[in-house]
Write a protein that binds this ligand. Structure first.
Ligand SMILES: NC(=O)c1ncn([C@@H]2O[C@H](COP(=O)(O)O)[C@@H](O)[C@H]2O)c1NC=O
Length: 519
């Protein structure tokens, strides 16, 4: 079916003159709304204004432009049905075969901090979604394009096939169109249901509509008998892990993505060159150093056994010497902001290794989400970074500036380890990590055993605990292992007992006043 008549009504006018020019060359008759029509006419394109076409003026400040039977019957008529054909002949309404449309910028409007409710309401598009839904519903005959990035595909096809668009492409455009209106209405619902009766924004909307689109199917889930897919947030994802660029390697698995997320989140919190090695969502080695190579070597030394098959995250450009060093171990994924051409060449020797780049430090999720049976737990992300002046020394012994720096390092690592968390550190290197235990004293024991296995000396080390010590037993384990400074939130009803134990064992202790549970 050759497209004979098109309706163009766009808020985002990117590429619209070029598209309309090309449509005109294909002898398509163009109807258009106020602002769009004016722009096209100024560009010398012959356009009929929607108001002339309907015989009805645009009214109510543009609230009514295209809401007219001459337009909607023209879009919705099924010309394969005799009754529809007859009805259209009786009222002398020609068909519209192509709708080029995008909506009032509601999301951009409400993103402005000074946006009033009135402005938001005026940016709720009514006629646009109606046009989109009508055209998408009738995709058997009508083509609807809602994304300026699809103009080239549309034209390529029309130019190659006598001004027509094939059924498969029309269906794809219709799928995209309904997703477009769904997203639009979701944004309106999220915004309005987050307003209290006084018009003030609440932290969470009464209705939470989430919008993710399929990024890639996955071979399987956490286990091979589970099916899985990876979805990406539709809006505002530049600089996010989900927007990764894969340079080489096998396709990412479900567990690869989850573990890489943990490693990438952790490594980004350091200012100095840093390396984080993750296994099963927990760091098994973290270090900072003057060079990235030194950071990697220190991180690897924490737990070489667990680092086997791990995920390695780095926060600087990776050069060839580091790439070659990493190749000595078995690694699943390497992620960094960039790799030099020489590093890429070196890594290419092991083509199965997944190598990813991500733009660094520009993205943070708005909400953390956790699925529970029949529900969803929602919270703001744990993006609290402790400042040095928030530390309170509660013991007779005061830590040295070097020990304080190590405490801050250990504390940052602890935030990314599953609770109960104990992290021994020295000189910007993790020495032993106890993760995910049901009791803090067991985590303390495991962390010291791990250091012993890796032949790392805990004498004079500092230790971070992600939450307070309920009893002195955990602290006693740390002291016996050789720790000299402990950083922990404080806040236990037995703090006095724990502080007394620290004084008794010659340990300095810092309270943060804040905890970092991670489940
Ligand atoms: N009210 C209507 O009948 C109507 N029909 C189309 N629109 C929107 O008007 C915008 C284009 O307006 P203009 O061509 O005047 O710049 C498009 O985003 C389109 O979605 C309408 N506007 C809002 O509802």
């Amino acid at each position: 079916m050759t497209i004979k008549q098109a309706l163009i009504s766009v808020s985002d006018k990117t590429g619209i003159i070029e598209l309309a020019t090309a449509l005109q060359k294909l002898k398509v008759v163009i109807i258009s709304t106020g602002g769009t029509a004016k722009l096209l006419q100024e560009a010398g394109i012959s356009v009929t204004e929607a108001s002339d076409y309907t015989g009805f003026p645009e009214m109510l400040d543009g609230r009514v432009k295209t809401l007219h039977p001459r337009i909607h019957a023209g879009i919705l008529a099924r010309m394969d049905l005799p009754a529809h054909r007859q009805a259209m002949e009786e009222v002398q309404i020609p068909t519209i075969d192509l709708v080029i449309i995008n909506l009032y910028p509601f999301t951009q409007t409400i993103a402005r901090p000074d946006c009033s409710l009135e402005e938001a309401i005026e940016n709720i598009d009514i006629g646009g979604p109606t046009l989109i839904r009508a055209a998408a519903k009738n995709f058997e005959r009508v083509t609807v394009v809602t994304d300026p990035q699809d103009y080239t595909a549309l034209l390529t096809q029309m130019q190659a096939s006598n001004g027509s668009v094939n059924a498969e492409q029309r269906f794809q455009f219709a799928q995209k169109a309904f997703s477009h209106t769904a997203r639009y209405d979701a944004a309106i619902s999220n915004y309005l249901t987050a307003l209290d009766p006084a018009g003030q924004r609440k932290p969470f909307p009464d209705q939470l509509n989430l919008n993710f689109s399929l990024a890639q199917p996955l071979r399987y889930g956490e286990n091979p008998h589970q099916q899985a897919a990876f979805y990406r947030e539709v809006l505002d994802i530049s600089g996010s892990l989900a927007n990764y660029d894969q340079i080489q390697g096998k396709a990412l698995s479900y567990n690869n993505i989850a573990d890489t997320d943990a490693a990438w989140a952790c490594v980004q919190t350091f200012d100095k060159p840093a390396c984080v090695i993750v296994k099963h969502a927990n760091p098994c080695g973290v270090a900072i150093a003057d060079t990235l190579l030194a950071a990697y070597e220190k991180a690897f030394a924490t737990d070489p056994v667990s680092a086997f098959g791990g995920i390695i995250a780095l926060n600087r450009v990776v050069e060839a010497d580091l790439a070659k060093a990493i190749l000595n171990q078995f690694v699943e994924v390497i992620i960094a902001p960039e790799f030099t051409p020489e590093a890429r060449l070196a890594l290419a020797a092991k083509p199965n290794i997944r190598v990813l780049t991500v733009l660094q430090g520009t993205h943070a999720n708005h909400y953390d989400l956790k699925r529970v049976d029949g529900g969803l737990l929602v919270q703001t992300p744990d993006n609290f970074n402790l400042a040095i002046d928030q530390l309170q020394c509660v013991t007779q012994l005061q830590p040295t500036p070097l020990q304080i720096a190590d405490c801050l390092f250990a504390w940052r690592v602890a935030k990314f380890v599953k609770s109960n968390t104990i992290v021994f550190c020295a000189n910007g290197q993790t020495l032993g990590i106890g993760a995910g235990q049901m009791s803090r004293v067991d985590s303390a024991r495991i962390a010291s055993i791990k250091a012993e296995q890796a032949r790392l000396d805990l004498q004079g080390s500092v230790v971070a605990s992600d939450a307070f010590f309920p009893f002195r037993d955990g602290l006693d384990v740390l002291a016996q292992a050789g720790a000299k400074v402990v950083i922990q939130p404080g806040g236990s009803i037995r703090d006095d007992e724990v502080i007394a134990a620290a004084d008794e064992q010659g340990i300095a202790m810092l309270f943060t006043g804040i905890r970092h549970f991670r489940h």
